[in-house]
Design a protein around this ligand. Structure first.
Ligand SMILES: *[C@@H]1O[C@H](CO)[C@@H](O)[C@H](O)[C@H]1NC(C)=O
Ligand SMILES: *[C@@H]1O[C@H](CO)[C@@H](O)[C@H](O)[C@H]1NC(C)=O
Ligand SMILES: *[C@@H]1O[C@H](CO)[C@@H](O)[C@H](O)[C@H]1NC(C)=O
Ligand SMILES: *[C@@H]1O[C@H](CO)[C@@H](O)[C@H](O)[C@H]1NC(C)=O
Length: 473
């Protein structure tokens, strides 16, 4: 009896010694890694040009021990001075808020937070809000942008039931990325100092996310796309402002891919490329009450590049004002693609000084690069253009449908457009291989002769393309 108690005591004592030893080791290694981290921090951070890239604040982070409903980035060590790298603070604030139902990550007004490429990952507890009232800045120097972060800047991954709101600004500071649009002499001398990578980051991306609202904020000057949703379901975007200069290349406003049940409304988008770009795998998209311009208008595609399969259906674009855009309501597909675009409505679109307001182009080849002579195309059917009014500066309508798979069910209803005063020569309406219905009034009159009556059967090739999409692409 006594002996067994003794054994028990020895056992407990040795356990205690082991525990002490382990915790000392743990503390040692954490001190070591902190030292390493600090050294590392002071070594890096100098760009090629001698410019000092932003570094995190020197004071150690002391995250709160309890998780409050509001995670203000300032209480997680953010400086908000526009010069210190506040990424770590944002990440910690996110992680804390993620564990609380109905929590808010607060980016307060009156501060500028410099954030490096970052992934804010879910799943989180429901009704998480990112309240942006201050300014969020991307690194302005190309040389400070980490090579691993070229795909996007702020990446929301696997989040659901989540809202971004506030009166703040998300600024991609993209001007160094747009250099390729500058005159060549400037480009050449400039490029010797700064290599512009061929991959450029999207500003805000939602990947594989559900039930997302983005409202009220401004997003500006992205290196590439401003706001992108891919593989996402249930998206509401409203009352936002997107802006970048007219000559910033490929800076789409909102870019949708493989996403459905999306509503974009009551927003203002002006940028260097498409105001809204709807790509393959999208369905049930409703875009309305959007002011678009400058930019390339609202586009479906380019679809079917490199003979890929593209499926887009059930899109409504209505109550839009387009000002000073290159195109208006456009569908573009690459030669040789497979799949289908169907049930598309563009209505109540007011165009002013739009180069070509109505476009279907099945011979789309961006900048004529890699354009091979392919047969076939993504099939296009049931596209309605109605109540398109205003002024155009080059051509009123351009329907270039393919020989192999003509466009079917194209309706032109109440189109009334005059040449804009600023036009530099006009082209006639162009329409080829398009079948459908017209309904007066149609101005200019050349639109009258645009469509062929479609009393023939849907061709076999088109049916087979639509079947590809029914199989679930
Ligand atoms: C989150 O879910 C709640 C309850 O279902 C709902 O009221 C709210 O609108 C959702 N928020 C978003 C952004 O989807
Ligand atoms: C739109 O957003 C701005 C902030 O950018 C806000 O002041 C305004 O109240 C919002 N409007 C609506 C209708 O929500
Ligand atoms: C066409 O799309 C609209 C909007 O998404 C949808 O309400 C309608 O049911 C679709 N029509 C067909 C025939 O699929
Ligand atoms: C494409 O190929 C077809 C058939 O081979 C030929 O008739 C046509 O001229 C070619 N078009 C171009 C632009 O090369």
């Amino acid at each position: 009896m006594k002996i067994s108690i003794l054994y028990l005591l020895i056992f407990l004592a040795s356990f205690h010694v082991l525990y002490l030893f382990c915790s000392i080791e743990a503390r040692k290694s954490s001190v070591l890694s902190r030292n390493k981290h600090q050294k590392h921090k002071h070594n890096k951070g100098k760009g090629k040009s001698g410019y000092h890239c932003p570094t995190p604040a020197d004071e150690p982070l002391v995250p709160p021990h309890t998780y409050p409903k509001i995670s203000n980035v300032l209480s997680f060590g953010a400086k908000g001075d526009g010069a210190t790298d506040d990424s770590e603070a944002l990440l910690e604030a996110w992680k804390a808020a993620c564990k609380v139902e109905g929590a808010t990550v607060e980016i307060p007004s009156g501060y500028k937070f410099l954030i490096k490429p970052i992934t804010l990952q879910g799943p989180c507890l429901p009704q998480l809000v990112l309240q942006i009232d201050g300014t969020v800045l991307a690194p302005s120097k190309l040389s400070c942008w980490p090579k691993s972060g070229l795909f996007q800047w702020i990446n929301f991954k696997w989040v659901q039931n989540f809202t971004i709101q506030g009166s703040g600004v998300v600024d991609g500071q993209g001007s160094e990325w747009w250099i390729s649009s500058q005159p060549t002499t400037y480009k050449k001398t400039y490029r010797q100092h700064v290599q512009v990578p061929s991959m450029k980051p999207t500003a805000i991306r939602f990947y594989s996310s559900n039930s997302i609202t983005v409202r009220d904020i401004s997003i500006r000057s992205s290196p590439l796309v401003h706001l992108k949703f891919d593989d996402s379901v249930g998206v509401q975007v409203h009352n936002i402002t997107i802006s970048s200069p007219e000559d910033s290349p490929n800076t789409d406003g909102i870019h949708l891919q493989n996403s459905r049940d999306v509503q974009i409304h009551h927003s203002t988008i002006g940028c260097g490329d498409d105001c809204v770009s709807i790509q393959t795998g999208c369905s049930n998209i409703h875009v309305h009450h959007v002011n678009c311009g400058p930019g390339h208008g609202i586009s479906l595609g380019g679809l079917g590049k490199d003979r890929s399969i593209a499926c887009v259906s059930d899109i409504v674009v209505e109550d839009i004002i387009m000002q000073n855009t290159l195109f208006g309501a456009r569908i573009k597909t690459w030669p040789g693609g497979i799949g289908s675009v169907k049930n598309i409505t563009f209505s109540n679109i007011q165009v002013s000084d739009v180069k070509v307001p109505i476009v279907i182009d099945q011979y789309y080849c961006a900048n004529n690069f890699h354009c091979k002579n392919e047969t076939g195309a993504v099939a296009i059917s049931n596209v309605q253009y109605s109540n398109i009014l205003g002024t155009y500066s080059a051509q009123p309508i351009h329907l270039a449908c393919s020989n192999d798979i003509p466009c079917h069910g194209v309706d032109l209803i109440n189109i009334q457009m005059k040449p804009s005063p600023s036009n530099r020569g006009l082209q006639q309406a162009l329409c080829s291989n398009s079948y459908g219905r017209i309904e007066a009034p149609l101005v200019p009159q050349s639109i009258d002769y645009c469509l062929r009556e479609s009393n023939r059967q849907v061709p076999r090739l088109q049916r087979s393309h639509e079947k590809v999409c029914q199989r679930g692409y």
